[in-house]
Design a protein around this ligand. Sequence first.
Ligand SMILES: *Cc1c(COP(=O)(O)O)cnc(C)c1O
Length: 336
Amino acid sequence: MIVDLRSDTVTKPTPGMLEAMWSAKVGDDVFGEDETVNLLEDKAARMFGMEAGIFCPSGTMTNQIAIKCFTQPLDELIADQTSHVYRYEGGGIAFNSAVSTRLLNGDRGRITAEMIAPEINAENIHYPHTSLVVLENTVNKGGGSCYTLEGIKPIAALCRDKKLKLHLDGARIFNALANTGDKAVDYGKCFDGISVCLSKGLGAPVGSVLLADKDTIKYARRIRKVFGGGMRQAGFLAAAGIYALDHHVERLKVDHAHARLLADELTKCSWVTNVLPADTNIVLFDTVDPADDVLKKLLDQGIKANSTDTHRIRFVTHLDVHPDQVEWVIKVLSGL
Ligand SMILES: *Cc1c(COP(=O)(O)O)cnc(C)c1O
């Protein structure tokens, strides 16, 4: 048995999803003529209480387009030091937008209005102009830690007061919603931009949607073209996204229950020194032996995972991790 816990991006389309893709009505989306893409963009926007959406090939692209839309060259954005936009997008903030980044030390990646306020630069020619705050929910590097909407509201209020834009990297926003019970539609009131990944826990093969107001999305279409992300008959991919939104949101709580089972077992293992709270579908834990040695032993038993540090391993549960596989992993962990 092979169990792939490396990432929630490894899922394959289900038969139902492939059927939806196969039968999608498509057109040239660069001409705005792909009705399935248009449907997905409208659907996602409505779900989050936003005016409009744009379908893109990746979450990196939706984040980078948002940063481009919400800043001018020489501006600065504020984000947590673990944030995906800073760490895992290849330096794109500087390259694409000529913007600098002010990093904060949040609680497992979660920052607060109190932490942000003193980092907003005063108007002074020495300082870059602070124009954007980026939050991530759930926080990948925080082990799937969540913001609640109550925690976000003071940040949104601060941004409004200081005339900063607020963007959400919601690669795993539906995991956060499943955990907190907050409503997607209320997110639109807090954020100027929201990225939603369809290819993580939702199980679509490709794609993310950027949501914002109509004017921002109009400009985002220009930026997407410049970034090389204008796709033609993308409706085949958008159909997978629509299917995922209709069928794979409710089931995320199964992934979360699986993650908790794995975390509970890990706390009993003598070769594990620390297990971070498994709030959603990610389990981070620290090992006595080097992570690479442990990963090798796991791989010998058919379990694939990745390290995130010399002594830290990450498990991610997803659509293609089934209950019998979780049972098997637990058995292996207890015998290691
Ligand atoms: C995966 C991920 C993204 C987007 O990644 P792509 O591979 O470009 O789709 C963005 N933010 C976070 C937090 C992620 O985990």
